[in-house]
Design a protein around this ligand. Structure first.
Ligand SMILES: [Zn+2]
Length: 296
């Protein structure tokens, strides 16, 4: 965590700063936490939540998707707060599988090694899992509620949360990530076409604040619009680059490695190399499936 551990971004939303995994608390009749970072941050997150909420607690966690770096601290924090967890049908289905939790734990243990975390924290089976879907509303208090938006493409299980009436968007990984060199890295792991559609859907909403899960938030309707449009451009550009590379060679892992070295070698999320390569190869695969294979 940074020296300044948290800050209010408006009257009921607080950002818990972290270079790789900022989190957001939305306060109301019930208190919400958006996503759950990695296991290595769990103890720190608990301490910061205590500073913010004093004797208050987290009542619900909203998950944008099932990835290990959004669910890693869930188990540790749920043991303390006994909160409800809300996610898409697909997220909940995945998180009920022991195999999936094992994989999430393995990735998180690797990340702990990278961060020299020798604590015994881990991921185990979660409880109080609830499904939500496009069009559902979650009440925060009499004035505020979350709208649920289906935004697949990063994963099949991805959803976004829009806090109304302030129009604060929590998109998870559905809008890409700003890397340390300033480039926007697209994240269309499950489907390029769905990802592009989801991005267009989010642009139409005209959010006032964009609350990133890996970068700092952006405030101001025009600034958010500009970012989302740039993100859409870099998404299309990467697809075109991958298509060019696929014409020469169809070795997905090799292409993934080349993209890493040429475009995104200084990641914001300094996670296990294995996880980064799995994600890049998945993007190559989705372009192959949707633009090369379908034409054959
Ligand atoms: Zn993700």
């Amino acid at each position: 965590m940074n020296k300044r551990k948290y800050e209010s971004i408006n009257k009921n939303v607080i950002v818990l700063y972290d270079e790789m995994f900022p989190l957001y608390i939305v306060k109301g009749e019930k208190n919400f936490l958006i996503d759950c970072s990695i296991t290595a941050k769990a103890i720190d997150i608990h301490k910061t939540i205590n500073m913010i909420l004093k004797r208050g607690k987290i009542d619900s966690v909203l998950l944008t998707h099932s990835h290990y770096d959004h669910t890693g601290a869930c188990f540790y924090l749920q043991n303390i707060y006994d909160f409800n967890i809300y996610g898409s049908y697909k997220t909940v289905k995945l998180l009920k599988k022991e195999k999936v939790i094992d994989f999430i734990d393995r990735m998180n243990q690797d990340f702990k090694k990278l961060l020299n975390d020798n604590s015994k924290t881990k991921c185990e089976m979660l409880k109080n899992l609830n499904t939500i879907k496009q069009g559902d509303r979650i009440k925060v208090d009499n004035n505020n509620h979350f709208e649920i938006l289906d935004t697949p493409g990063h994963t099949k299980c991805s959803i976004s949360f829009l806090l109304q009436p302030e129009k604060i968007l929590f998109p998870g990984d559905s809008v890409g990530i700003i890397e340390r060199n300033g480039k926007i890295k697209p994240l269309f792991l499950s489907s390029y076409k769905e990802y592009e559609k989801s991005l267009n859907k989010l642009i139409k909403i005209e959010p006032h604040i964009l609350a990133f899960c890996h970068n700092r938030y952006i405030k101001g309707k025009e600034k958010v619009k500009k970012f989302l449009e740039l993100s859409l451009n870099s998404t299309k550009e990467l697809k075109d680059k991958i298509l060019k590379m696929l014409k020469k060679d169809q070795d997905f892992d090799k292409i993934a490695k080349e993209i890493f070295e040429n475009e995104f070698s200084i990641p914001t999320v300094m996670g296990p190399y294995k996880a980064i390569m799995i994600n890049l190869a998945a993007m190559v695969n989705s372009v192959y499936r949707e633009f090369v294979e379908e034409k054959i």
